[in-house]
Design a protein around this ligand. Structure first.
Ligand SMILES: Nc1ncnc2c1ncn2[C@@H]1O[C@H](COP(=O)(O)OP(=O)(O)OP(=O)(O)O)[C@@H](O)[C@H]1O
Ligand SMILES: [Mg+2]
Length: 307
């Protein structure tokens, strides 16, 4: 199989809060280690990555270097649409546009517009390897919004493409569509927790990807897995302990049961995913007050073995 790092675009999505930004960062680190000049695009977010790397946040739209071979940029769809409207509106100032209500009206009346303008910006980054000097990238990793909005981005060449015939994105819709549709150029990754809802959302994403773009998920990264702590024999002992009259032993047995039960439920959700054709990659929950760069580097090493 072609390595995932040989593509131009890796698109990471999943339910809110499951670890998309963390995995996009880990994939970015993995790609940079492999010698790929990489940029991670945070869509609509406030420079989470800069914080992870101990750097001050860059302004939206500015490419910022995180470490050797790895950069990040924040693309805010509202801002991207405003810039586009300004570009086609000639001399209307951004401030007037933003305050006149035209912007809100347009954003509401043209579903898919801000998504397509954002997608064109992402596509432009994939083309920048051709540029000379700084800022040329081999790989663009998109830390996409949660599933529903991510699908909106992916659908935008179809929903808005036909009317985007003017301004700086005119003529690029077909190229965006080619990038999103060609398995040699792009790959899709879902992040999920091993919970019923997050796994269901990942499976729905797979179906929607298939329906919209005739594409499949390359892998589902199942984040924050708990270890299986007890063997069968140990569980038997826990069960016997639960019959004990001693209050402390009883409490300990209940706690042990609860831990085991959570890990068992996670295992069942992994099994739901494994029935499908994509790769299923588990990432353990990392204990500690905050997930730091060293922990994300550790996740990156683990992903590199599987992707
Ligand atoms: N394996 C892990 N172990 C422990 N903490 C984790 C792990 N993965 C992610 N986290 C923490 O969980 C929180 C959510 O992660 P992250 O920000 O990557 O999720 P997200 O899907 O990008 O969220 P959002 O939908 O808000 O953008 C963060 O505080 C992150 O540090
Ligand atoms: Mg995020």
């Amino acid at each position: 199989m072609q390595s995932i790092l040989d593509r131009k675009l890796l698109f990471v999505t999943g339910k809110g809060g499951v670890g998309k930004t963390t995995m996009a960062a880990a994939i970015g680190i993995m790609a940079a280690r492999a010698g790929r000049r990489t940029i991670v695009v945070e869509v609509g977010e406030q420079s989470q990555l800069a914080r992870l790397f101990g750097l001050p946040p860059a302004a939206p739209g500015i490419e910022a270097r995180l470490q050797a071979g790895l950069s990040s940029i924040t693309i805010d769809p509202d801002r991207a649409l405003l810039e586009w409207l300004q570009a086609i509106g000639g001399r209307i100032s951004g401030r007037v546009l933003a305050s006149s209500g035209t912007f809100q009206y347009f954003a509401a009346a043209a579903p898919g517009a801000k998504e397509l303008v954002s997608m064109v910006k992402i596509w432009q980054l994939t083309r920048s390897a051709r540029r000379r000097g700084a800022g040329g990238y081999d790989l663009v990793v998109v830390d996409a919004p949660a599933t529903g909005h991510a699908l909106g981005l992916l659908r935008s060449p179809q929903t808005f493409g036909a009317i985007a015939r003017v301004g700086p994105i005119a003529g690029h819709t077909a190229e965006v569509q080619e990038l999103l549709g060609d398995p040699a150029l792009s790959a899709y990754l879902a992040v999920a927790l091993a919970s019923e809802m997050a796994v269901t959302e990942a499976l729905e994403l797979q179906d929607a990807l298939n329906g919209q773009l005739a594409r499949n998920l390359e892998a589902v990264i199942v984040n924050s897995l708990l270890p299986r702590r007890f063997t069968g024999a140990e569980l038997d002992r826990v069960t016997r302990l639960a019959e004990s009259a001693d209050a402390v032993a009883l409490a300990a047995a209940r706690a042990a049961r609860a831990v085991h039960e959570r890990s068992r439920l996670q295992h069942n959700q992994m099994a739901r995913l494994r029935r499908r054709s994509f790769e299923v990659i588990g990432v353990p929950f990392v204990w500690g007050s905050r997930l730091d760069l060293a922990a994300v580097e550790g996740i990156s090493t683990r992903l590199a073995r599987k992707l």
